[in-house]
Structure formats: C-alpha cells, structure tokens
Design a protein around this ligand. Sequence first.
Ligand code: ATP
Ligand code: MG
Length: 712
Amino acid sequence: MSLLDELNEPQRQACLVTDGPVLVLAGAGSGKTRTLTYRIAHQIQSCGVHPGQILAFTFTNKAAREMKNRISALVGPDSRFMWIGTFHSVAVRILRENIRHLGYDDRFVVYDTDDSKALLKDIVRELNWDDKEWPPSLFQNAISRAKNRFQSPAQWDDPSFFGERVGEVYRRYQKRLKDLNALDFDDLIFQTVSLLETRQEVRDHYQRRFRHVLVDEYQDTNLAQYQMVRHLVGPEGNICAVGDDDQSIYGWRGADMRNILEFQRDFPGAQIVRLEENYRSTQVILDAANAVVKHNHERLGKELWTRKGEGDQIRLYRAPDEESEAWYAAEVIHEAVRRGRRLSDCAILYRTNAQSRAFEMAMARAGITYRLVGGKRFYERKEVKDVLAYLRVVFNPSDDMSLLRVINYPRRGIGDVAQRRLREFAQEQNLSLAEALQQADAVEGLSAQARRASQDMAELLGRFRGQEGESLADRVRHIAEASGIMMQLRQERTREADDRLENIGELISEAKRFEDEQGTPDLGEFLGWVSLVSDWDETDEDGGGVWLMTVHSAKGLEFPLVIVGGLEEGVFPHARSMDEGTVEEERRLMYVAVTRAEEELYLTNAETRTMLGRTTANPASRFIKEIPESLISRGQRLAAPDRATGAASHRVEGLELGQKVRHPRFGWGTIVALRGEGDDTEVTIAFPGGGVRSFLAKFAQLTREETGLSGA
Ligand code: ATP
Ligand code: MG
C-alpha cells in the first residue's frame, strides 16, 4: 500500500506533480496541510529526494514540530535533515551560515521586540528628544514597515517632519544594531533577502541544495517573506504552496493576499489544484462557514462539502453579561466531559486577549484545567501586574518588591544609583522603601533630581492612599491613569499597546464587578481575591485541559468542540475594523473560528459587557445574523442558575462550614467559607499545606468524609 492511498484524488494529484510549481488553493479542513506533509514523505520515499533537499515553511514553530514528527513517523529518522520551520527560524539558519558577507559576525544575536524598543529609547535619549512625545514604539512601527518594504535607511525618503525624524532614528538604529552584532526580527528576513539578492553564489548554493520548497498558509505571507521564497526556489521552479484566500487574517501585519492571487504570474506554468471535500467538520458547521464568508467580496469563491453528515445544530447562547457567558462555557464543557469528551477536545476561542480573563476565571472556579495558548494568563500580563503592583503598594506601604516595580515603570527619574541609595538608607534606618522615599531629604548621595523625584513619588502614593472613600473601580482607574501607565500606552499607538490598554480596562471592570458582587470597595479584599484566582496554575502540558486562545492563534488547528465567545458588534467584529474598513478581514477571522470545529459548535455573546469599567449593551454580531436560522438552535443555561433572579435548578446539599471534604486534585481540606446559594454556591477550602482555594461547589466534585458521595 502506498502512502498516497491515504489521500483523495486531487490531493494525490498535488503530490504527483513533482516538477514545477503547484498551488493548492482550498478551503478550511480540506487537507492542505496533510497534502503538504504527504507530498514531502512521498518524495522522500518514492522519488529519490533526500530529506536534506526539502525546505518547508510553516506559520508557527508548533506547526513545524508537528509536521516534522508526522513525516518522521512516515519515513523514518533520516527526516531530521529536512529544514522545516517558520520564516524567521529558516532565516536565522541561512544567516548563521552566511552573514559575514554582510559584515556581521556569525555569532550575531537576535533582538526581540523589547530589546529593540530599549535600543530605540536609548537613541531617542541620545538625540535629546522627549521620549514621551517620541515614544520608541512609534519608530519601531515605522522602521518595521520600512523593512517589510525593503527600504534601507539609505533609501528612506520621507521629507515630512515626522518622516525626517524616523529617517534619523532608523540610520542610527541600524548602525547601533550592527555595532552590537544584533538583528531584530524584521532584519532576519530583510537581511536574508538582501543576501540572496546580492550574492549570487549564496543564492545558487541554496537553490541547488533545496530542490523542493513548500509553504503552508501561503495566504498570510507578506512581501518580505514572499521575496525570500522567490529567491530560494531554483530554476526548476519546484515550489508547492498551499493556502486559502478566505483565511487571510494577517493583513494588519502586512500579509498580502495578492501573493496567492498572482502565483501563476510569478511561477509560470503553475498547476492549480483545488480541494473541495472537507474532512474536518459536519455539514451544518460547513454550511455556516460558507454562509458567513459569502458576504465577502474580495474572494475567489469556493464551496466545501463533507461526508460526515449533517451533525448537530449550532448552539447559540446570549448571556446577560460576560461573566454568565463564561459560566455557560464552563457548563458546556462540564457537560461534554460527562458525555465522555476529554478536556483537550474542547477549545474556547475569542477575538481579543482581554476576553480571556472571564473565561480563565470561570474555568478556575469550576475546577476545570485549562491551557492558554499564545499568550500570558491574564494576571501574569505585564500591564496588569504593573497596575496591581501600584495597588499593592497603596494597600501595603511596606511591599518593597512592588514599589521597586512601580519605580521602574513608568520611569520617573529615580535611577539605579538613587534606588540603591534609597534601599541602603531604608535598611540602615529599618524603614520600608516607601518611607525612605518620604524621607529622601535625609538620604545621602542623592542627586537633586532624584531627591525631587522621590518626594514626588511619595506624594503620589500618599494621594492614592487618600482615596479610600471612592469606588474601587474609580480608584483602580485613577491609579492606572495618574501613574502614567495608561498615558504611556496610549502614546505608543500600536496594536500591542491597544491590547494592553484593553487588559487594564478589563482589570478596572473586574474591580467594578468585585464591588458589585461582594458589596465592598475594600482594596485589600480585592487583592486577596485576585491572588486566589491568579494562584490557579493548573497548566498541565501533557495531561490536557481545555484550550483557551485567540482566533488568530487557532489557525490550522481543529477540535471536536469549539466555543466562540464575544460575538457582538464592537468585539467581534472588532470596533477598530469598522473604523479602518477591514470588516472583511474580521469576517475571514470568523470563518477561521467556525471551521476549527469538528462536531460541536457553540456561539456565545453577552447582552451587556463591562469594558473599561463601563457597562455597554452591544448588539449581536453581524456574523451571527449571516448564518441561516435553520442551522442554529438557541442554547439554554444547562443548570439555569440565572444570577439576576437567583433561581437555581438544584441545590448543593449538605456542605457546612468546618466540614472535611475531599477535592479530587487537592485532597482533603476543611471548608472555611460558603458563599451564594444553589448552583452559585462557592465553597472555600483550606488545604493543609496547600493554601486556601475557592471553587464553585457544583463543579468541584467534592466528596464528604462520611458518605463518600459527591457533594454536587
Ligand atoms: P486549514 O485550512 O484549517 O489549515 P487544512 O486544509 O490544512 O485546514 P488539514 O488540517 O490538513 O486541512 O486536514 C483537516 C483534517 O482532515 C485533518 O484531521 C486531516 O487529517 C483530515 N484529512 C485530510 N485529508 C484527508 C483524507 N484524504 N483522508 C482522511 N482524512 C483526511
Ligand atoms: Mg492547514
């Protein structure tokens, strides 16, 4: 039996055309990635191609690892000679071998975004410009765009006031990088392309070496990556690219769908293969995906079908608010597990990272293990920790660690030397660092500037402490503003900074919810409660857990059960897309989200959502309306505990304060608090040596000492 028997006819055809360019253009789940993988295995096994002659690009490192494993399972250990990786990782390998031609040393280092931002900041300072007015990220973006257009500093020409400044910084930045023997992310591709362009012997070497070049997710390559591919493909034109114009979701990062549309022009004689059978999803899910993406105008147009049968209807649930939405997700997963699904069969997808908080919280309280992909857990995100550090210092003046964090961000003129002096002084006098700030006048060896800055800081903290009468959300908002954290982020004017601002907004909303629910604006209680939630670090890399990720991170993946949250106007589609006229890209993102599901698809949204501490009512997403009614059934809360009415379907019987109970993961403990009623009963348990944790009783699977029966 041949490998290719495991493919359908057009997939096989894409593998059998071994000479010349091939483009597989097909919808989600039609086996593009599988075809690419089998094509490589087939060439090695049956066409006398050595693994060392294979170069394949994937979109993520994880995808590269999976493809390698797959192929080595098919053809054995020789497969280690293949080059399979992301554009960046392949670029690093090529540069290590050749960068001396460009005047760098081959032990160059790669600067990540933070490194390069720090360098830019230094340059701005060197130029004596105000870095508030000229934040480094402004230059970072402009320089990144220039590099993606192949504009070197010498070619930079923008005579506007801003353009000239960018040019100045760009020149200095490139020079410094070279002196440091460092390359930033964009340089990796940029320098590889200029190397291949200018050095014929290098180009010939790789073209001879890699007889076959393959690219997955071709629709998301940008111009620079595309140039890299073009230079690596030899005169034989052995390139196989697979992609789906309907899944192009990185336009904002410069991905250019034209690459896919112009493939035939760039690689003459290209064979186009179309795949129409989908092996992933039920017909209902496919019909929904097709119906949504049909509303786009910029597309080639294709339909998918499946033999998997109709399948279940899509479940739509409109929650009263985002907390209930997340609860619903926990209930759906809980119920699916009861039916025999594994946690790792389930994924929750959302549009923006800030949305993860509610889902993380619901999972933690329901005792459901989860894995967050491609992002940090909410309470581990830098900006959230920055604001929390302020709150901690305000609440507890002797928390020196938090104070050190806030002294350093945003910077306020207390440098390293001054910090050392202040700490020494605090130690000698047996004071907290905050007290040392107050007494900066008495600290020896402080510059006048550092002294003033210390006093300003002490005053600021004092002011924050004096706001006890205000609502918690207002306090958090005020601190995030007056500390300069929000201002700093606003000035950056980047997507990343916008995301960070959204996360801070989410923390403010969380403070409001805490106060509404717990009936107290007490900062200490809020912090204690936050640390309980953030303490939930049940990530189990192998053992599984529900997947939480943005739709962007879910590209190429598949799950038996998928929940897509936040389907509201302004959230998904994102408000920004309406301003910028990129709703079609949002719709493709919706297409990606829907087509991740194999069997069960749940779409959820909230009637009201608290963003930045303000509660708004968003209409349902237009994408929901684009799905024919016949495919949808309205979801119900499974156990229907409507928090607004307090109605509960069943009670958690027999839990009492002081009782000994056993939790399946943490073992025996004592109930130290019970809050709420019925399905909303939250039980707090102290574990000997294991800390104190709160759970939603109905999910906690507690067993009681005497009976051995489940408490829920
Ligand atoms: P996406 O656009 O989401 O990246 P894709 O086109 O790359 O999707 P794959 O991930 O390769 O699709 O395939 C989807 C699923 O269908 C996988 O589980 C794959 O193993 C399965 N599949 C694809 N082709 C076949 C086939 N001929 N026979 C059996 N299963 C198949
Ligand atoms: Mg794929």
